[in-house]
Ligand binder design. Sequence first.
Ligand SMILES: Cc1ncc(COP(=O)(O)O)c(C=O)c1O
Length: 453
Amino acid sequence: MQNSSLACIVSVMNYLKKTDPQIYTLIKQEEKRQRDALEMIPSENYTSRAVMEALGSVLTNKYSEGFPGRRYYQGNAVIDSVEMLCQERAKKLFGVPYVNVQALSGSPANSAVYLAVLENGEKLMGLSLAYGGHITHGHKLGLSGRLFTFAHYTLDEKTEMLDYDEIERQVRKEKPKLLICGFTAYPRKIDFKHFAQIAETVDAYLMADISHITGLIIAGVHPSPVEYAHIITTTTHKTLRGPRGALIMVTEKGLKKNPDLPKRIETAIIPGLQGGPHDNQTAAIAVALKEASTAAFKKYGEQIVKNAKALAMELLNYDFDLVSGGTDNHLILIDLRNKKVNGRVAAIALEAAGIVLNYNGVPEDTMPPLYASGIRLGTPAITTRGMKEGEMKMIAKWINTAIEEVKGWDLPRDDKEKRGALMKEYRARIAANKELDAIASEIKLFCAKFPVP
Ligand SMILES: Cc1ncc(COP(=O)(O)O)c(C=O)c1O
């Protein structure tokens, strides 16, 4: 099956090879990179060939501004069926009465919600970016921060987890109209019921942005916000394993609070933010939703968490300082300050060793975001390749060896010039590092045993 689907992809690429060999070659290089290394960025995954076929289909040719049954263009009978099928699958899978499938990605989906429920200048509140929130949850440079007022809650300094009493205190003080929960770099479970109780104290809308944990919720290994939130947004390309894209859902509770929410969200999408939806993407999301409704996907979600927990245990054994002490979900945030290695420095060394992840801020980080003190890694993509707990042991060992190799490479916070010079020297040394090269070769052989879908 693997071979026949690969053969199909190769034949499709034959047109590209002839028309544009440069792009063809670059895609081939990227395919190889994705195959030969451990993809451990927690927001990334390998989507299925079926999803990619839908994404590369003739649906990309169509314009369909509007919604099923009320389009501004002719010729949309098939597109209407595709969009309605996608909506129905999402409604059934999540158990919600309304789904919008047109937002082009997670950030525009969040923006659409803000346009739908907030007037200019009204207040939203989410977890601070510096503590694991997303840039679209109220950052001064983003749309959410420029059109609206925002406030942030943070994490408890000691536990590095959400402190619900403190969040309630801040919410009562700030009185946001929209409270956001759901995060980008938070390794623990989210208590949606508690968030709902807090939102109710100020009569705020509760929006759950479940982009990172959608697949875990579908698999039943993370609680669902459906009973508690008014609005739910999610990307479709992370743990869900779909194409890049997003869903905006309104729950029964949301409809009760404001029956106009679906209409307001549609108006926010068009004419608010977008023109025509990407119908090929809608079809590919529908395929991913079908795949996610199987028993195999439930097992997959369970294995993602088992793998993350196993990896966390191993990393603790190597004296890595894990933010919050471990993980309940698919991701791990490592504070590298005890190892005297800067996060960006570590991420570069790990990439040279064949382990791809991202540098990330950690709670109370004093370093600027481009030179953050931690790294963030996750198990969705390697679990897609079939890796299990035994493999996590080996990965932890490789991570430890690579970090030991660059131990002591810390960077100054304020001296930009010195930092730049150190980075230059560091990159040159990494390029010539035999130990990291040897790990990369081992990982390449190891990866060959776990085929990319
Ligand atoms: C919680 C959360 N919301 C929204 C987004 C934005 O998604 P996109 O990159 O598709 O705009 C992300 C992306 O990482 C995310 O982690």
